[in-house]
Design a protein around this ligand. Sequence first.
Ligand SMILES: Nc1ncnc2c1ncn2[C@@H]1O[C@H](COP(=O)(O)OP(=O)(O)OP(=O)(O)O)[C@@H](O)[C@H]1O
Ligand SMILES: [Mg+2]
Length: 372
Amino acid sequence: MSDTNPIFVGMDLGTFKTSVASSTGYRDVLQTAVGWPKDHIARTMLGRDVVFGKDLVEHRLALDIVRPFEKGSLKYVEAASTGMSADQIKRHQLATRLIIEYAVARVRPEPGRPIYGVIGVPSRASMVNKRFIMEAASAVFDGIAVVSEPFTIAYGMNRLSDALVVDIGAGTTDLCPIYGVYPSDEEQVTIPLGGDHIDEELEKTLQATYPDVQASRNMVREMKERYGFVNSVSESAVVNLTINGRPRPFDITEPLKSACRVIVEPLVEAIRDMIGKFDPEFQARLRQNIILGGGGSQLKGLDRVIEQGLVEFGGGKVTKVPDAAYAGAVGALKLAMGMPAQGWTQLRASTAATASTPTTPTTTTEKHSLAV
Ligand SMILES: Nc1ncnc2c1ncn2[C@@H]1O[C@H](COP(=O)(O)OP(=O)(O)OP(=O)(O)O)[C@@H](O)[C@H]1O
Ligand SMILES: [Mg+2]
């Protein structure tokens, strides 16, 4: 295969969503999930053996849906420790491979052009899990590097020194200090806190406020994504919900605010803790350069509320990524495109390449980057 004219792909393989960006201009976000028809009737109705993307929601009742990274399995904890059977683990592994293949197939690579990819994974993903993701990706990529998600966000925003990236996902939040070198595993922190916790809390507070209202977890998440806020706002959030099958408007402003705020205090505490561990001379600089990424960063007012929480510690400046859905994938793509051709060839040629690529991204491809 020729090494000329490669296609580069950046991918953020999240627990909830996978986003993809390619050098050919393709962008997409899909659920990190795979659906298998429950029986032969479902298979005939769907006309497919495997279902991805939007169809998962539409046909959910006819599908066995597997979310391979749910509860952190295959990502930052060993799959076996989540109580899964060997068969379930295999199924989750297969799902991971299928999602990566599907996402890359959507880029519609032309035959004969090599595909080089950078995949972002949570900062605390274990070595075993990074290796597993590499192997799952090896069928579709000619060269692949697995890097820490917060790092791809910082790289995408050109903030490679004195920054603190806080990536607020569905199940977890990753904190990662960036100061010009590739962050070591020990420096990065993952806290078990994210959008899912707000959804759980909102479901509870809604139940307590309006006991007869019917709202599924999906609806609750959509309400949060549309109206969620943590600061004082003057407008109220009114949504149509059903009571005994009849839709009626309900004011959810207060339950929504209290649910969204459950993540604020622990988040501010984790940020303070991480900054406090740094050399005092760097602490002020990190505080002035806090970047919020991930879907949870879009909660209205979160940046300002974190700044308020840092006032008594010397103050800080918090910026949200401009496009939370794609920040990780676009940063990963930029990393992929910045890596010299030579680096990819080396990655491709050896089975356990050490960080052999000679420019900035060198430090970003981890020492254990595998070749394919
Ligand atoms: N506008 C919004 N306001 C508040 N929360 C949002 C918004 N949009 C998305 N979210 C929430 O962000 C979370 C998903 O974030 P993201 O897509 O970054 O997660 P992920 O990358 O799949 O997960 P992880 O990083 O934990 O592996 C979900 O809880 C989702 O409801
Ligand atoms: Mg993420």
